[in-house]
Design a protein around this ligand. Structure first.
Ligand SMILES: [Zn+2]
Length: 560
């Protein structure tokens, strides 16, 4: 069902367009979402958050279990932003129409941050440069002034590709006999040229016949190695100190400030898989039930996306921090994989893609990729080698894969499909959250106006109300409470509020039924003046599992 605010998923939106879209949906659906900023980026742009839930008043979102979804922490992974917007569009457009969406928004809050790194993404989308980080120069070691090759769009076609320079003596590469666009490594004893050297497209500082080095860009931060769990200053891009960047600091603070978050999804490209916990730690050291939950939820994700789950090899990521420090079930979802689309299996890509070690497999794989490019992308994913007079190197040929919109992100006509996969997976994950219901309130006579009120509270969700055992081990979460609130004409005898154990979810019920029900009783006294409608309200509060309320009106039968 189209939402009231039209959006298409066949291009990549700039910051101002995303902001406008979010403002429009917040205005069109005030009962379902609200827009706020969680902080500012390095250059001072707001990091926008759309809170989406049914009955989106100031209080309601906090009273439901929540899934947090962020996107585009890595500047160039702009598919992720579009996937977050697709999720928003899908939820808003289908509420009240699709039962699954309606129920989900009634019981769960979605915190969606479509563009965590707006500065980096803006630079990526408006210049030929590639970058992973924010636009802060880091480490500030004067890399821009070093002699050697610095990347630049030399031929002015809007892309930074590769330059192949003929060198029959020293050239390390040659064109494949099966497709002249494909460069393959020169083999021992190869004398039949032509041979080439390959460089990134760019200019050379202090040029003296040959580039003496090829430099990285000056934007060396990796915001997703800046989170405060197993943070390591020696990891490239880790930053000055944990959560030391404005973007990561804002995310950490937001998650800590919202203890109802029990699910985290951080959207990235490329990979066609999702990274899960544990990250640095071994699987056998992770709490067994938490591992079962993490894998089971991921399997549901695989079902709707076709993407496998993989134990994350990375530390100090949002996903690792979310579980290890906050006890939240978290995934890094890597959208888009052109190899998969070209029908190449992920094992081959992972194990056999180094051209010097596996030249035959590499050639085979690249030929398949080029054929797919010709067939599905009308050849647009690969720019054929085109002669160009380089002011320093003389005649070169510039060409190669479109790194932005074929390698790192899908070409626009394949974008919507990636967005859809992400949204379906995120909804699956959200549906695993606890679901607390007060299923019954019973009243029994004690004597005269004294009554016993008993409430039955149940968790219908997959996960327990504490989400993970990790959260309990870390003492991150208060016990659930249940409180009876007296309406007119009712007096509660004894303690109105008590603590209860966390309610298990159906995850723990395969060996014997889960402890997902609790019964709590109070004694109340009804006033003698027979207030016209005496009532009590039962309120169950779980920081992570949400709040449930139900009111009981005493009838004539109770009062006599
Ligand atoms: Zn990434």
């Amino acid at each position: 069902m189209p939402s009231k605010v039209p959006i298409t998923f066949d291009r990549y939106l700039l910051y101002a367009e995303i902001k406008q879209y979010l403002e429009n949906v917040a205005a069109a659906y005030p009962e379902l979402c609200s827009l706020s900023s969680i902080g500012k980026s390095y250059e001072g742009r707001d990091i926008w958050l759309l809170t989406v839930t049914a009955g989106c008043t100031a209080e309601a979102p906090h009273e439901k279990p929540a899934i947090y979804v962020d996107a585009n922490i890595h500047a160039g992974e702009v598919t992720a932003s579009m996937a977050a917007l697709y999720l928003i569009d899908y939820l808003l457009g289908n509420f009240g129409i699709d039962d699954r969406v309606t129920r989900l928004l009634e019981r769960v809050t979605f915190y969606v941050l479509p563009r965590v790194n707006p500065d980096g993404a803006e630079l990526y989308l408006t210049t030929p440069h590639m970058l992973r980080s924010s636009v802060k120069v880091w480490p500030d070691d004067g890399i821009q002034d070093l002699p050697g090759l610095h990347r630049a769009d030399v031929d002015g076609n809007g892309m930074i590709l590769e330059m192949r320079v003929r060198n029959d003596n020293k050239g390390e590469w040659k064109a494949s006999a099966r497709d002249p666009r494909l460069m393959i490594p020169r083999q021992p004893g190869d004398t039949e040229g032509p041979f080439y050297r390959i460089y990134p497209e760019g200019y050379i500082k202090d040029y003296e016949g040959e580039p003496i080095a090829v430099h990285k860009t000056p934007w060396g931060l990796d915001l997703n190695r800046n989170f405060p769990s197993n943070w390591d200053p020696d990891v490239p891009g880790a930053g000055e100190f944990p959560a030391g960047e404005p973007e990561t600091h804002a995310l950490v603070r937001f998650i800590v400030d919202h203890p109802n978050i029990g699910a985290v999804q951080t959207l990235h490209t490329a990979g066609g898989l999702f990274f899960r916990n544990p990250c640095k730690c071994d699987e056998n050291k992770m709490d067994p039930q938490d591992l079962v939950a993490t894998k089971a939820i991921a399997r549901q994700g695989t079902r709707v996306t076709g993407y496998p789950d993989v134990k994350s090899p990375n530390s100090s990521t949002l996903t690792e921090w979310a579980y290890e420090h906050r006890g939240i079930i978290a995934y890094t979802t890597e959208l888009w994989n052109r190899y998969q689309r070209a029908g190449i299996d992920l094992e081959t890509v992972r194990d056999k893609s180094e051209p010097d070690k596996f030249p035959d497999e590499y050639e085979e794989m690249c030929l398949k990729l080029l054929k797919w490019n010709d067939r599905e992308l009308s050849g647009k994913g690969f720019v054929d080698w085109t002669p160009f007079e380089h002011p320093q190197l003389g005649t070169v040929e510039i060409g190669g894969w479109d790194k932005k919109f074929c390698v790192q992100n899908p070409p626009p006509h394949l974008l919507e499909e990636e967005c859809r996969r992400a949204a379906m997976w995120i909804m699956q994950h959200a549906a695993s959250l606890p679901w607390v219901n007060i299923t019954d309130i019973r009243v029994g006579d004690i004597s005269g106006t004294l009554k016993q009120v008993t409430a039955v509270i149940e968790n219908w969700g997959y996960l327990p109300t504490d989400i993970t055992n990790k959260a309990v081990q870390l003492k991150l979460v208060r016990k659930d409470t249940v409180e009876l609130k007296a309406g007119p004409g009712v007096e509660i005898m004894g303690k109105a509020k008590q603590e209860t154990d966390f309610l298990e979810g159906y995850i723990s019920g395969t060996k014997s039924p889960a402890k997902s029900t609790v019964k709590v009783s109070w004694v109340v006294k009804l006033s003698r003046d027979h207030s016209p409608s005496p009532s009590v309200t039962v309120e169950y509060r779980s920081e992570r599992g949400g709040t449930a309320r139900r009111t009981y009106h005493f009838g004539k039968d109770d009062i006599q």
